[in-house]
Write a protein that binds this ligand. Structure first.
Ligand code: LIP
Length: 272
């Protein structure tokens, strides 16, 4: 049996090391370099979908650092990084997940970096500097929080479930999402809305949430956190039988994941 590694398959240990260092550097920039007078540099889908100079600076730091080490890789970043590369590896980057929290000086924000190989996430890192925590996962290699194995909770009944979600930036979508939440609040233990999808997914993996769902995420919001949640024993997906996508993301332990998917599907959480 050959012990020679397939030259096409990237070295996941190297990808992880690069992702960890890039996320650490970007996290330090965001934590230590936040201007006291931070304002909105631009808006995207709506007047409340904001970008700061720090989102842009963090993405530039990450893509420059990774690009020097892996010049043949591609990028997909929230703030415009977009290239196919030739290696089959694509870095999916949310340089600042939880931008509104960061703008307001709230601590729940993160740097999210995943490395995909032909569309499959092999490595994911979520850096949460204000928590002092780094969440890392390798496909088939488990999930660690600050180097300690992370495990999701075991399934509970809806009435015992602490569930996080989020809302979009367009008022029409927010109205539809509020209707779903109105139905869910009396069913669940409680609802949380923390403002960073990557941290919500990491919290499912760490057992700090029973479940998370959200409609309207972009690939960079969920790539690293969803891998972390899966490697910590949770299931992730969208509508029943569908993968996680902008239509709907659901993350929860087996036994809670399936009934939650069905409940959300019946409530129309997958459309506006
Ligand atoms: C955010 C997500 C969050 C969602 C927000 C926003 P951003 O990403 O992490 O879950 O509810 O509306 O999309 O824009 O801060 O990178």
């Amino acid at each position: 049996m050959s012990t020679t590694p397939d030259p096409q398959t990237p070295d996941t240990a190297q990808l992880l090391e690069i992702a960890l260092e890039a996320a650490r550097r970007a996290g330090a920039l965001l934590r230590d370099g936040r201007p006291a007078d931070l304002g909105v540099a631009a808006t995207k889908s709506s007047p409340i979908d904001v970008v700061t100079e720090m989102d842009i600076a963090a993405e530039k730091l990450i893509t420059s650092y990774i690009g020097r080490l892996r010049p043949d890789d591609g990028f997909l970043g929230e703030e415009g990084a977009s290239s196919d590369g030739t290696s089959g590896v694509r870095w999916v980057i949310d340089p600042l997940d939880g931008t509104v929290n960061y703008l307001y000086g709230l601590p729940s924000w993160s740097v999210s970096i995943a490395a995909e190989f032909h569309g499959t996430a092999l490595v994911g890192v979520v850096e949460a500097p204000m928590r002092g925590e780094t969440y890392q996962a390798v496909l088939g290699g488990g999930a660690l929080v600050n180097g300690v194995p992370a495990h999701c909770r075991t399934a509970v009944e809806f009435s015992q479930a602490l569930v996080s979600t989020g809302f979009g930036y367009l008022s029409e979508r927010r109205a539809a999402q509020a209707e779903v939440v109105r139905t869910l609040v009396p069913k669940f233990r409680d609802i949380r809305r923390a403002g960073s999808a990557a941290i919500d997914l990491a919290d499912v993996g760490c057992g700090r949430l029973d479940a998370y769902y959200e409609r309207g995420l972009n690939p960079w919001d969920l790539a690293a956190g969803a891998l972390f949640a899966r490697e910590a024993g949770a299931l992730t997906g969208g509508r029943p039988g569908a993968p996680a996508s902008g239509e709907l993301v659901v993350a929860a332990p087996p036994g809670l994941f399936e009934p939650l998917q069905e409940l959300l599907d019946g409530l129309g959480a997958w459309h506006d």
